[in-house]
Design a protein around this ligand. Structure first.
Ligand SMILES: [Zn+2]
Length: 80
């Protein structure tokens, strides 16, 4: 399952089958859903899609919380 690889890290280079090489990729916001955002990775050489990544609302909240912490402390109300 090559799909599994994409879920665990944010890649700046991925293997492109068309180019038969590991190439730099461009992250493009593909779809925004109420609970997640889906990003498409496009090969910068040929423009074909080489992978996708899902960012769940929870992950996005964490990222925003970290960013917000650099400005000022905010109360986290939905922490479980
Ligand atoms: Zn390519």
């Amino acid at each position: 399952m090559s799909q599994q690889q994409f879920e665990n890290f944010t890649a700046s280079t991925l293997y492109c089958e068309k180019c038969r090489a590991t190439t730099p990729v461009r992250e493009k916001l593909l779809l925004v859903l109420p609970d997640r955002e889906i990003f498409d990775y496009l090969c910068t050489e040929c423009g074909s899609s080489v992978g996708q990544r899902e960012v769940t609302a929870g992950e996005k909240m964490m990222a925003e919380a970290v960013a917000a912490r650099n400005r000022r402390a905010i109360p986290i109300q939905s922490l479980r």
